[in-house]
Design a protein around this ligand. Structure first.
Ligand code: KIV
Ligand code: ZN
Length: 385
């Protein structure tokens, strides 16, 4: 069965999160965990951008095996030489070259015409081809580019030797049906597209990075670029854990195999949060503290009777021990009884009712009722303090 390649850019675009700097040793630890999770490609950095980035890409290339390692470069000889110098000891190195393709970027940033951009892309890909045939070519700001020009640019890059063409929504401007249609349009208009992987790289400025990536998959993308916890420039990139778990949980819909080890997700997410200092919001999908927690009484009752009533994923699938039943003012008798069973307390019916009332009074006043609070209440009930 087919699968979509997962290209992780936590160590490159993720590290471009404002205020984040990872030292090479931290990057290596994250890279090892990404390899353990079996992502297909990891982008370790942008070697020309700093000594630290160069060192990190080199360290990852030398020490992390069983996975493709990519390094970013503009379509410039100096960038490509530096990227190769850092990547050359990787088991399967990939040079990732990019140039912008939108009218805004070409006019104001590059000050280049369409023909000059195509020429530069072809020269960049050909120059990289002296080192490796594993070359990815990205058209930066593709989602704000003309689709006919994109097709010409990609065709030229494929002719020059690119094996992956990447369609980034660089500024997170696109919406799902539009982005899906762009991928479809590129596929239809680029004659030799069937010879290469079609990748997408979505930013999250409108909170649509994951939705756009999934729309792209439905329209023929064979690789998605993601970052752990969705970190990255501005509002970040498509979140690795959300894409992988969407494909895994909705296998019935996408019909794609997930080759990643999903049980590594929780560990990887914590490692990235601790190393970058970017904490995870409690209600973040998949890895937030509340993602597998239930507080409402009706939900707790349902989950105690049959987990799948209110859970579409098993916490163990992402490497957590179990879900959490949070006891609070919305909890009902079933969740409290479950707690008593777990802690080996036995209460007769009238003590239970009185304990339940005390619990509700406390939960009304206190948002977070801890296990210690409940045990103190129980002791009050049992020993009549
Ligand atoms: O967002 C973007 O366009 C990028 C490219 C360099 C792939 O990060
Ligand atoms: Zn990006």
């Amino acid at each position: 069965m087919a699968n979509v390649k997962i290209f992780d850019t936590t160590l490159r675009d993720g590290e471009q999160s404002p205020g984040v700097t990872l030292i090479p040793e931290e990057k290596l630890a994250i890279a090892k965990q990404l390899a353990k999770m079996k992502v297909d490609v990891l982008e370790a950095g942008f070697p020309i951008s700093s000594e630290g980035d160069f060192k990190a890409v080199k360290m990852v290339s030398e020490n992390v095996k069983g996975i493709e390692v990519a390094g970013l470069a503009r379509c410039r000889k100096g960038d490509i030489d530096r990227a190769w110098e850092a990547l050359k000891d990787a088991e399967n190195p990939r040079i990732h070259v990019f140039i912008a393709s939108s009218p805004i970027h070409m006019e104001y940033k590059l000050k280049m015409t369409e023909e000059e951009v195509i020429k530069s892309a072809v020269e960049g890909v050909k120059y990289a081809a002296q080192y490796t045939d594993n070359i990815e070519f990205s058209a930066e700001d593709a989602s704000r580019s003309n689709v006919d020009f994109l097709a010409r640019l990609f065709e030229a890059a494929i002719d020059a030797g690119a094996k992956v063409i990447n369609i980034p929504d660089t500024v997170g401007y696109s919406v799902p049906s539009e982005f899906g249609a762009l991928v479809k349009g590129v596929k239809e208009k680029t004659p030799n597209i069937d010879q290469v992987e079609i990748s997408v790289h979505c930013h999250n400025d409108l909170g649509l990075a994951v939705a756009n990536s999934l729309a792209a998959i439905e329209n023929g993308a064979t690789q998605v670029e993601v970052s752990v916890n969705g970190i990255g420039e501005r509002a970040g990139n498509a979140a690795l854990e959300e894409i992988v778990m969407a494909l895994y949980t909705r296998h019935d819909y996408y019909g794609l195999d997930v080759t990643q080890d999903t049980t590594q997700i929780a560990r990887l997410s914590k490692l990235v949060a601790n190393s970058t200092g970017i904490s995870i919001q409690a209600n973040k999908a998949i890895v937030g503290a509340n993602a597998f927690a239930h507080e409402a009484g009706i939900h707790q009752d349902g989950v105690i009777k049959e987990r799948t009533t209110y859970e579409i994923m098993d916490a163990q699938t992402i490497g957590l021990d179990h879900n959490k039943l949070v006891l609070g003012k919305h909890s009902g008798r079933h969740a409290l009884k479950d707690f008593l069973d777990k802690y080996d307390y036995e209460l007769d019916e009238s003590s239970f009712e009185s304990f339940f009332k005390r619990f509700k009074d406390l939960a009304d006043k206190k948002k977070n009722v801890s296990n210690a609070d409940i045990i103190a209440l129980l002791d009050n009930e049992l020993y009549d303090y």
